[in-house]
Design a protein around this ligand. Structure first.
Ligand code: F1P
Length: 326
């Protein structure tokens, strides 16, 4: 079995590791997250910084996500403001841009990483979440890091934290759809894929796009759900799979589904209610911002099985390395 598949299937254990890391952090630090936070990372870690920024904002703070390289070379273009904290995310803790970006703002430094590392040593505070992965691409570490920090965010803002056992069990539920996902990939040899998500699910669409590129070397796109109608949808035809991530269906979802089906594309809805799609994968309800952890295994499995269908080894993605250093 590929290490990548083993790692994706570890998501439920990852949630429990996240809870342990959160509890260890709060037991050893009398520290509450400030309201204004800038988040940064590279690749999947950048796409992870986005829902963390959105969650900060949803909870009444002000979160901003900026990719590491933009903080290093173009930060004058971003509304950085006067944040109380810069959070740098890096699974390895050794990515050069992440290490350098941690020093790019004159504020307290916070690292989210899987290891005691150069990044954690340079930070004032570190949330070490031991989601160690053999796979080159980030898989269960993404929802694991996310859940650990969300728990810290909720407790810092005086909100009730999630029941980790429940969330872990819900991810186990989601993983039961693995065979259905494999059947979709085996049954429809799509030539391209468009991932759509709105709000805090948009970064999940971006991460899905990246997994499809990394694992399956496959052309994929990601847009905010209804933005796709403005020109981008032109590429959708009878060779296209459109994946709509919808934790709460808008009334437009059915119309959008029919619009794509009218262009010959097939639609997979992942979420709470079917939208008349060709394929429907129900995700259990979990209040935002934590709910996105239930969507990640689905899009990771979709990319994994597309890679296998294309005869590729997702454990050894072309041109990629586990740690990007200069
Ligand atoms: C960042 C990253 C990953 C990507 C690939 C190369 O790694 O860009 O997001 O999937 O594995 O490295 P890290 O800074 O999170 O260790």
């Amino acid at each position: 079995m590929h290490a990548t598949l083993r790692e994706i299937r570890k998501t439920p254990e990852g949630v429990m590791k996240a809870q342990e890391a959160f509890e260890n952090f709060t037991a050893n630090h009398d520290f509450r997250l400030p309201r204004e936070v800038v988040y940064t990372g590279c690749g999947s870690s950048h796409f992870l910084s986005q829902p963390l920024a959105m969650a900060t904002t949803r909870l009444g703070g002000r979160g901003l996500s900026v990719p590491c390289s933009e903080l290093l070379y173009a930060k004058e273009n971003y509304p950085i403001g006067r944040p109380g904290l810069l959070v740098a995310i890096s699974r390895s803790g050794e990515t050069t841009e992440a290490i350098n970006a941690l020093e790019s703002l004159n504020t307290k430094r916070f690292a989210i990483t899987a290891y005691e590392s150069t990044l954690s040593k340079k930070a004032d505070y570190s949330l070490i979440v031991p989601a160690h992965e053999e796979s080159v691409v980030m898989t269960h570490s993404f929802p694991t890091f996310y859940f650990a920090y969300i728990q810290l965010l909720l407790s810092s803002f005086g909100k009730e934290t999630y029941d980790a056992e429940l969330v872990s069990e819900l991810t186990r539920e989601v993983l039961k759809s693995e065979n259905y996902i494999k059947e979709i990939v085996d049954g429809f040899d799509f030539r391209n894929v468009i991932f759509l998500g709105s709000g805090i699910l948009y970064p999940v669409a971006l991460e899905a796009m990246l997994k499809m590129k990394e694992m399956a070397i496959f052309w994929s796109e990601a847009y905010q759900t209804f933005e796709v109608r403005h020109g981008f949808k032109s590429i959708a035809d009878d060779g296209t799979l459109v994946v709509i991530l919808a934790d709460k269906p808008f009334d437009w979802h059915e119309r959008l589904t029919r619009e794509f089906q009218g262009q010959g594309a097939r639609v997979l809805t992942v979420g709470r209610e079917n939208t008349g799609a060709d394929y429907f994968l129900e995700v259990p309800e979990l209040e935002p911002p934590g709910g996105i952890v239930l969507y990640l295994p689905v899009v990771q499995l979709l990319a994994y099985y597309k890679a296998v269908k294309r005869g590729l080894n997702p454990d050894n993605p072309r041109f990629l390395s586990k740690v990007v250093k200069w």
